[in-house]
Design a protein around this ligand. Structure first.
Ligand code: PMP
Length: 386
């Protein structure tokens, strides 16, 4: 399908594009919940178990976190009112970055208004037209868009294929010995829930004088000691040049970050356009994020991660993350399966192209520590015949 059909080229009316999407089974619509988010939600007057959110630790509706948000508003007001560089930097922005860098074990961290803004701001700040960005085929849209915006040469390696990546890096180095080369991947892939082969990737990037940019979006809070991600779990965090993450998933809030050295952080402060030219995140959000970080790194966080691992094992023994795909292939099959599960009391999204490659439409189950084990077991028996 082309973005526009031949008949409406140049037409100001988007109806034909919408009709094309609908015909291809790719039209998406916004459906509000009738309740707050949480493990149990209301939609269309029905209560459903929510396996669609990325609230892996159940913090999004946590009373202490909500209270921290309110306290932040009382202390600092509602908005930041300016970009960080102009006069929008408030105490909680600094405090959060210090706490995050300490928890991640990096020299510095920089906070953005979302994970998406982190990727599309950082990558063009780190690479330009003489550089090469090397992405895993399944990298998230934000990383792809950031790479495109940078103007660097983009190379893609098949998902988690380190043999192909090694060959690619050799070729790049043979042609461009002086280029800055950055390998970009995710710790937990957002639609497949599998892990990248991090140790091998680090060896490869070191061998070829490249840097590594690791998006820990779905691993932050979930994997590693104190929930500090896959690099921490494997004891290689000092060898990852850029650790990206987000406060929008296990941390239960919103906002993105990049943890790195002080020098790289300072460069981003000067060059990341989504940082320089965007109003700072609300200070109350940064204040609440500090509470979230405390919870994630505490024994309460450990307890939640244990519960999460147990819930994951009920659905898929040995699976390494809370993102569990059920591959169905066709768009209609995925939509029908999601609709059937909804009639059975479960909210599980159907994921289609372009979020995943064509022909790999799927259900995407997001497990949370907040799901009661019997709800997880009930979902497991629903999906086992699929
Ligand atoms: N990276 C990955 C791997 C993601 O899945 C997402 C969110 N879907 C993001 C980045 C963007 O994060 P945010 O939702 O905080 O903008």
């Amino acid at each position: 399908m082309t973005r526009r059909s031949g008949t409406d080229l140049g037409s100001p009316d988007p109806q034909q594009e919408l009709a094309d999407l609908s015909e291809a089974g790719l039209l998406r619509t916004l459906k509000p919940l009738d309740s707050p988010t949480g493990p149990r939600v209301m939609r269309d007057g029905r209560e459903l178990w929510n396996f669609a959110s990325n609230d892996y630790l159940g913090l999004a509706t946590d009373p202490e976190l909500a209270e921290a948000f309110i306290e932040g508003v009382r202390k600092y007001g509602a908005g930041s009112a300016a970009s960080r560089l102009v006069c929008g930097t408030l105490p909680p922005h600094h405090l959060l970055e210090e706490a995050l860098a300490a928890a991640k074990g990096t020299q510095a961290a920089l906070v953005f208004s979302s994970g998406f803004a982190t990727a599309v701001g950082s990558l063009p700040a780190l690479a330009g037209k003489d550089d090469v960005l090397v992405l895993d085929k399944l990298c998230h849209a934000s990383l792809i868009d950031g790479a495109r915006l940078s103007g660097a040469t983009i190379r893609v390696f098949p998902h988690n294929d380190t043999t192909k990546l090694a060959r690619l890096l050799e070729n790049i180095r043979a042609k461009q010995p002086a280029a800055r080369v950055i390998v970009i991947t995710e710790s937990v892939f957002s639609m497949d829930g599998d892990l990248c082969p991090l140790t091998e990737l680090i060896e490869l990037k070191d061998r070829h004088g490249a840097l590594l940019f690791l998006d820990e979006a779905h691993a932050f809070g979930v994997l590693g000691p104190r929930g500090m991600g896959l690099a921490a779990e494997l004891g290689v965090k000092d060898r990852v040049d850029f650790q990206m993450g987000t406060f929008s998933k296990a941390a239960g809030l919103a906002g993105g970050y990049l943890a790195t050295t002080t020098a790289w952080r300072d460069l981003l402060v000067n060059r990341a356009r989504s940082f320089v030219y965007s109003t700072a995140p609300p200070p109350a959000l940064a204040h609440a994020a500090m509470t979230s970080l405390e919870r994630i790194t505490s024994s309460d966080g450990d307890h939640r991660r244990k519960q999460l691992r147990e819930n994951i094992a009920v659905l898929s023994a040995g699976h390494p993350s809370p993102v569990i795909p059920v591959l169905l292939g066709g768009n209609e099959a995925a939509l029908e399966a999601a609709a059937r599960l909804e009639t059975r009391g479960f909210l599980v999204p159907a994921i289609r192209y372009p979020t995943v490659p064509r022909g790999t439409a799927r259900l995407r189950i997001s497990v949370s520590a907040a799901h009661p084990p019997d709800a997880v077991a009930a979902l497991a028996s629903e999906i086992s015949p699929m």
